[in-house]
Design a binder for this molecule. Structure first.
Ligand code: NAD
Length: 476
């Protein structure tokens, strides 16, 4: 039987307690399940010093040896999958099975980057006789990484994987509401033999930690996943110090359903994806733009699937959707629904909190939502779908591009011509056709417009964690 872990910071290869703590709350029953130590300035200074030493050791460790340690940590995480999934369900609320899948995905991020680090090729540029130019990719330095609460293990995994594979050291601030996912990663690397100081894990007041770490000369990259508002603040701070950033920010993913698909089948597929992780996914399909002739059948099928979803405690085997992760999301859901309805939207199902203990919210469908409703421009980040009719593919694409976001977008069609139009027309970092899968370890993931800057995963992912050095060598 798993238990929720005793929480610590991890600095310079040591698990550390502090006197100041924050409570960690289980969103399914609002009970306090842990006391999270929070870092003060001394802890952050220790982490910086350790990460400086860690960088000197790790950047000179061969890619093959780095890869071995990363793969060993990934193996340990897979072996500990049930314990990690239990922690994730307790602190975040998602169904245990989804927690297990998250651990698999997080481990895959490590496995992919462990392979990629052995292929961080440079190139040779022809020069005049006796002159050679060699382009190298070298690790950028110490990374300040900030991971959010929606995937407590796989979000931090993605950043730690990229940084460690490239040869960087990291100070990771994971989410205070869901700390155990990141702590399991630190334990796995500790047990896998990662040298002290290469990975450091801290928690605290997010704005205090970022405003202390980012201006330090030693920090050479800021990697953040979270809201566009916070991403902008951190980018501003980093730019004052000429520090590059990797920003994975908000989305508001459109789904364009063309009228050559079976609306009943696609409606069901879309609903089952929408409510995964209670909709708290930056790529969550949210604005469904459906051809007028298919609209009603699609909406009815979607609503029937939404109504069939079993909502409950994630530790209950039958549960398909857990609570939203915190009280802020619960309040946000109610406000967005009320605002949409008062602006003329139809509430087709859901729209309310379930019970009065735990942060449960009904799988919700709004239809015919006018653009002036807040939810048409604010990412709901919760279990609310919007279904609106469109008269043409062109109108669907125009609606998709209406917002300043461009992270993930989806299309359903069997027509090659429609696919071409979607590929050329939709402003997004990731476009998926006839599937709602948007991000895999082997594919580059990231946004355009206000959805961020840079890519994680794929061949591109490690590039952000490196700097290019050109060496011109005159051979005597
Ligand atoms: P928020 O904007 O306050 O926080 C989002 C994340 O950023 C949290 O993990 C938080 O700890 C961190 N953060 C906040 N201020 C920070 C700072 N000054 N320095 C460093 N880190 C900081 O909002 P929230 O209520 O936690 O989440 C609400 C919104 O955030 C959602 O609606 C969604 O748009 C966005 N979000 C996006 C993702 C994603 O995967 N892109 C994940 C979580 C939240």
């Amino acid at each position: 039987m798993s238990t929720y872990p005793d929480l610590h910071l991890y600095i310079d290869g040591q698990f550390r307690k502090t006197t100041a703590t924050l409570p960690v709350v289980n969103p399914a029953n609002e009970q306090v399940i842990g006391d999270l130590p929070i870092a003060d300035q001394r802890d952050l200074d220790d982490a910086l010093e350790a990460a400086g030493r860690g960088f000197r050791v790790w950047s000179r460790t061969s890619p093959r040896d780095r890869s071995d340690i990363i793969l060993k940590a990934a193996r340990l995480l897979r072996e500990r999958m049930n314990d990690v999934a239990f922690s994730i369900t307790c602190e975040h609320g998602k169904p245990y099975r989804q927690g297990q899948l998250e651990v698999v995905r997080g481990s895959e991020f490590f496995e992919w980057d462990a392979g990629e680090c052995q292929r961080l090729y440079g190139r040779a540029i022809p020069g005049a006789p006796g002159l050679r130019h060699t382009v190298l990719r070298q690790p950028i330095g110490t990374v300040a990484a900030f991971a959010p609460w929606n995937f407590p293990m796989s979000q931090p995994a993605r950043k730690v994987a990229g940084a460690l594979a490239a040869g960087c050291s990291v100070i990771l601030k994971a989410a205070e509401e869901t700390p155990a996912g990141a702590l399991h990663i630190a334990r796995a690397f500790h047990d896998a033999g990662l040298p002290a100081g290469v990975l450091n894990l801290v928690f605290g007041t997010p704005s205090e930690i970022s405003s202390y770490l980012i201006p330090q000369d030693q920090i050479r990259l800021v990697a953040f996943t979270g809201s566009t508002v916070v991403g902008r603040q951190l980018t501003g701070l980093a730019s004052d110090h000429m520090t590059p950033v990797l920003m994975e920010l908000g989305g508001h993913a459109p789904v364009i359903v063309c009228d050559d698909v079976d609306p009943e089948e696609v409606g069901g597929i879309c609903a089952s994806r929408k409510y995964r992780n209670a909709g708290q996914v930056c790529t969550s399909p949210t604005r469904f733009y459906v051809g007028e002739t298919q609209f009603e059948t699609f909406a009815q099928s979607f609503v029937a699937s939404a109504d069939a979803i079993v909502v409950g405690d994630g530790l209950n085997e039958k549960t398909q959707m857990g609570p939203v992760a915190n009280e802020r999301r619960l309040a946000a859901m109610s406000e967005l629904v009320e605002d949409a309805v008062s602006n003329g939207a139809e509430l087709r199902t859901g729209g309310h909190r379930i019970g009065n203990k735990g942060y449960f919210f009904e799988p919700t469908v709004l239809a015919n939502v006018p653009d002036k409703a807040r939810i048409m421009s604010e990412e709901p980040f919760g279990p609310i779908a919007i279904i609106n009719p469109v008269s043409s593919l062109e109108e669907g694409i125009a609606q998709a591009n209406r917002l300043p976001f461009g992270l993930a977008a989806y299309g359903f069609t069997h027509s090659a011509a429609n696919v071409e139009q979607l590929v050329d027309g939709v402003e997004t970092g990731n476009l998926s056709i006839n599937t709602l899968e948007a991000s895999l370890p082997e594919t580059p993931f990231g946004g355009v417009k206000s959805s961020g800057y840079g890519r994680e995963g794929g061949e591109e992912g490690l590039h952000h964690y490196t700097v290019v050095k050109n060496v011109s060598h005159k051979i005597a």
